[in-house]
Write a protein that binds this ligand. Sequence first.
Ligand SMILES: [Fe+2]
Length: 346
Amino acid sequence: MSCYMGKEEKPVVLVVDDMETNVMLLEEILKEEFDVQSKMSGAEAISWLESNPCELVLLDYRMPEMNGLEVLQRIKTDGKLKNVPVILLTADMEMEAEGFKAGAADFIHKPFTPEAVLLRAKRILNYEYLQSKLAEEVRRQTKIAEARRASMQRLFEQTVFALAQAVDAKDKYTHGHSRRVAQYSRTIARIAGESEEAQLRIYYMALLHDVGKIGIPDEIINKPARLTDEEYSTIKSHTWIGSDILKCIEEFPDFSKGARHHHERYDGGGYPDGLKGEEIPRMARMIAVADAYDAMTSNRSYRGALSQEHVREEVVRGRGTQFDPQFADIMLRMIDADKNFTMRET
Ligand SMILES: [Fe+2]
């Protein structure tokens, strides 16, 4: 009849009272609905509770040696027992506040009427049952929400990778360029002290820095000969085309900045906006170093990859002119740590 009866067997109730007549009376009242156990002292009750499952304790306050309040405190400070609800039985009205503070679930005043005892015991059990169901439901829903969030995150990552691959596939000389630039940019961000979250954001921004190349004709991107002025200005338009494409990702309003500003130069001589120094978004300044580094360490239609020594010299030369000096220095540290020259197109 009650929802705590989700299981077949009766719930176990422990009656703790030093007076045998009280114990017998409570057993009589409760035995229809509960599996009643009884103990005549606090010490016996605690040692029994430590090795037996119990759903509710009815605890007399006035007992020799350990009184009900002390027993209650012991139960509520015991890691294993603290969730067992306890109803205090007392003739002393002033005990209520103390009892609630110590964690009593309810009170039954002596002398009690059998019906009230039964109703209170059932009410507390129902309440405990609903509480535990609620906690279980919260855990279940949290798990579902977490799985959904992780799945959306994977979908997002895979979509970004697919888009980056589509860009790299257009250019037969830049295999894996976007992925490498993303990795280098993230390393620069980490060494520069950016948070984990910012490192991830710059990683995605860098993966998509060249997304605007989708809008540039293949013949121009793959032209082995020198570009005409007109073709060069078409190539340059990949910056603002990319930024226009990425503007629609409202969840990351910064995304488009990497695409738009990765060809700006620290001295103001870059494109498309000729921004200078700190006017250039910080993340775009990191991507600019990573992008130039990867261009130099990759094969191109008109040359092979440069030697590590040559690349290092170029980074030093570009420090403060093409590159933000802070991030050029970080790149130099990365180069110096890369003894076997593994940071390059393979
Ligand atoms: Fe680019």
